[in-house]
Ligand binder design. Sequence first.
Ligand SMILES: O=C(O)C1=C[C@@H](OP(=O)(O)O)[C@@H](O)[C@H](O)C1
Ligand SMILES: C=C(OP(=O)(O)O)C(=O)O
Length: 441
Amino acid sequence: MGVTAPETAPQASAPTSHDLLWPAPVARGPVDASLVLPGSKSLTNRALVLAALADGPSVVRRALRSRDTELMAVALTTLGAAVDTSGPDWTVTPGPLGGGTVDCGLAGTVMRFVPPVAAIADGEVAFDGDPHARTRPMAGVLDALRSLGVAVDDDGRGALPFTVTGSGHLRGGTVVVDASASSQFVSGLLMAGARYDEGLDVQHRGAPVPSLPHIEMTLACLREHGVEVDDSEPDRWRVAPQPVRATDVTIEADLSSAAPFLMLALTSGGSVTVPGWPAATTQAGDALRDLLARMGAEVTLDDAGLTVRGSGAIAGLDVDLHDVGELTPSLAALCALADSPSRLRGVSHIRGHETDRLTALAVELRGLGASVVEHDDGLAISPAPLHGGEFKTYADHRMAHAAVVLGSRVEGVLVEDVDTTSKTFPGFADVWAGLLGQAAR
Ligand SMILES: O=C(O)C1=C[C@@H](OP(=O)(O)O)[C@@H](O)[C@H](O)C1
Ligand SMILES: C=C(OP(=O)(O)O)C(=O)O
């Protein structure tokens, strides 16, 4: 069976029928499915930012259309780019950068990538976002911009809301940043840095930077625009002043969005294929191949794509997820269904994601009967009999992913606000139900 995610999604903020409690469908037999996934959030939003900074019009093919990418398109339009999102291939025509108001929603990529662009706009750019966005760490970016001489006003918390006032250009130079809270601080600075008069020498000081593959992704995207970054020293990235070349890129499928779907092969004892899985990629979600194999799946990557086969048995997992923290919620759900204990480590930074994911997971998994110990840096999860009940999502798309993974095995899981998944995957609940319906008897 082939299920294609909708090309045209409903407006991310539009109310839908899934706003309250959604009964997650149970797999009543092995799910055997093939699923074409929407594009990568991380790649789409990098492509949009770089295109807005480029020396001519660019094309972003198979862009992800979701709340985070629409917010990015609107933000860059506000600053002066012309972004045509009418078809599946988006075009971006850069324009003179000026002031305005940017809604970041809950998108880390918007709140961390756009301020360094605003720093070379001519005017005042005011940033705000969803209530929880006001608690996400921002100090790394704000302090870095201030140390480069940019006027940044906030209420002293180092968080949204804030304003960035630029004068049309920025000298640039050396900047020291503590990026231990988010790799996005480094990525945002590097993307705009090529356009600063003296370029940018970004030096990290602090505990290890999480999500390093996402910085590799930033370097690869810059390279596609002709910009080289010297990363020969650890924790230091140097970009010389240079034009960002316009280009034509095709966005890969979102491999992190693949997580719950691939896990369905394990929870149902079936087989799920994602066609078009890239042979080489900088996406963190590629780690699923190894992680799911360690949990007992048979994993094959060939011309048909990535296929994950489950036997019905699920092995526990002891792993450091510091590089791939965004996979923690759905992996935690799978661990709660496993036959042996699990320990997920190295992810204290995900307390600053869409919600405090470690506390949220501990509370919601326990609410369904799971045995979970919350650690500063992760979770310990032991096998326990699970039961149905409400699973709160805290406006976090990946908490909804965790809920449906559990619900595919456990009767009566009620997902609060499943449409919070529109952050990265509008229509998620319908696609999910379509796959489970196929397996229903
Ligand atoms: O740059 C990006 O596109 C991302 C970087 C990571 O953020 P953190 O470094 O804050 O974990 C990741 O978790 C997030 O989903 C996307
Ligand atoms: C952490 C995430 O998102 P953001 O880009 O908002 O940081 C995520 O998608 O898991």
